[in-house]
Design a protein around this ligand. Structure first.
Ligand SMILES: Nc1ncnc2c1ncn2[C@@H]1O[C@H](COP(=O)(O)OP(=O)(O)O)[C@@H](O)[C@H]1O
Ligand SMILES: [Mg+2]
Length: 405
């Protein structure tokens, strides 16, 4: 077994791994100068003692929304002013109560403990804001995760009507544009006073962003130019997500380190891509309800065995579509073998919709020639991999093994 000092002495191509982490906020944010300025403009009123505007920021994952806002907050706090900001990730603070409590305890020590009623929290907050004539900016990141969002927005905005001095403004950030439709018209018009959209990065921008990071993150010469281009191109075409691009480089570096190499080349990036993709699929599958995972397993398993649709000659060009009915039969069979209560066909269709939205399966409507219309289904990733991940996340042995011994 190695000692710590041996491990510490191992060669590594990383200079500072933290720089490559998605939580790192770089000092300079290329290509977001315009967005950063706009956020500053909206918030600047608060520094003069006026209520800042509300702002809604939308953009796909990894387009730099969080780091841009964080960057502005940092600058904001460096200014002399009674104005305050607070940042909340609504994945964690996902209800009106949790948000209100977190805001209050950030500034009012006596509310540190839990168990206070919402009206007390609210009163104390108003007292504090009015007492110090404080302009408070509340940043709600991933705001679509809040369950009672309308009430939350309403409560925060209404606070201003009760205040003579001081005020609250809200910066909401979301990856999902459709979330706006969840808001009732009043909340929507308050929250979306000003809107800002972050466009995905193309390959060239992605490359520049990666370059800035890898100069700090890796030792000099550790990343081939062509590997850098490849990572940027993969991330740009797949999603425009800079977080994914960084993850690719980080993983590629780990692969090189593990093999005792000194440079990341194209092959490492390719390997990292497969590995990161596997991780991401796993993260998604882990959050699915058990029955839905079984449906996914049924799709994967049947597509390996070859379904009836293939046998009917329905598939061309190596496509491997399955009939919705046969997948449901397979799903029922697996439920039986696992002693899981199967859900009705209506639920099953709902599961298919969600699996498709997550990209785990692809479905199309059957063309003419079939009896009526039916849905045709195929897995969105290699079947073998999906099956393996489903079992892993369920903490089970492989199905075949279990049954056949
Ligand atoms: N313009 C940029 N310059 C440098 N790094 C960036 C830029 N945009 C995004 N990043 C990096 O990409 C990752 C994801 O950014 P983030 O702000 O978390 O995206 P979002 O909140 O839109 O999902 C972070 O590590 C961030 O530092
Ligand atoms: Mg974010």
């Amino acid at each position: 077994m190695p000692s710590f000092s041996e491990i510490l002495q191992r060669r590594t191509i990383f200079r500072d791994k933290d720089v490559l982490s998605p939580h790192y906020v770089p000092d300079v944010l290329p290509f977001r100068e315009g967005e950063v300025e706009k956020i500053m403009l909206v918030l600047s009123g608060a520094l003069k003692g006026m209520r800042a505007g509300n702002l809604f920021i939308y953009g796909k994952t990894g387009t730099g929304k969080t780091c841009s806002v964080r960057h502005v907050m940092k600058k904001f706090m460096q200014m002399e002013s009674p104005a305050k900001t607070v940042y909340l990730n609504c994945r964690i603070y996902n209800s009106k109560y949790k948000v209100m409590h977190k805001i209050a305890k950030e500034f009012i020590p006596e509310l540190e403990k839990s168990g206070f009623g919402i009206s007390l929290i609210y009163e104390k907050l108003i007292e504090w804001l009015a007492g110090g004539k404080i302009q408070l900016i509340v940043v709600l990141d991933e705001i679509d995760m809040v369950k009672d969002l309308n009430e939350l927005v309403y409560t925060l905005v209404r606070t201003n009507d009760e205040l003579l001095g001081g005020g609250i403004s809200v910066v909401g950030i979301s990856n999902r544009l459709s979330f706006k439709e969840m808001l009732d018209p009043r909340s929507k018009s308050s929250l979306c006073e000003t809107e800002l959209t972050f466009a995905p990065y193309d390959a060239e921008k992605m490359k520049a962003i990666l370059k800035q990071r890898l100069e700090q993150g890796f030792v000099q010469g550790a990343v081939d130019e062509s590997a850098l281009n490849l990572a940027a191109a993969i991330a740009a075409t797949e999603s425009g997500d800079a977080r994914y691009a960084l993850r690719l480089l980080l993983r590629a570096g780990e692969i090189v380190d593990a093999g005792g190499g000194q440079r990341i080349d194209d092959s490492h990036v390719e390997e990292a891509r497969r590995s990161v993709e596997g991780d991401m699929i796993k993260e998604v599958i882990q959050t699915l309800p058990e029955n839905q995972r079984i449906v996914l397993y049924a799709v994967a398993n049947l597509s390996q065995k070859g379904g009836r649709y293939s046998k009917l000659g329905g598939n061309e060009d190596g496509e491997n579509f399955l009939l919705s009915g046969e997948v449901y039969e397979e799903y029922s069979r697996v439920c039986n073998s696992l002693c899981v209560k199967k859900r009705s066909a209506r639920w099953y269709r709902e599961y298919l919709n969600e699996l498709e939205m997550l990209g785990l399966i692809t479905t199309i409507e059957s063309g003419r020639g079939m009896r009526g219309h039916t849905r045709l289904i195929k897995p969105g990733y290699p079947a073998e991999e999906l099956k393996k991940i489903v079992w892993e996340t369920m903490g089970l042995e492989e199905e075949g093994k279990k049954k056949e011994k």
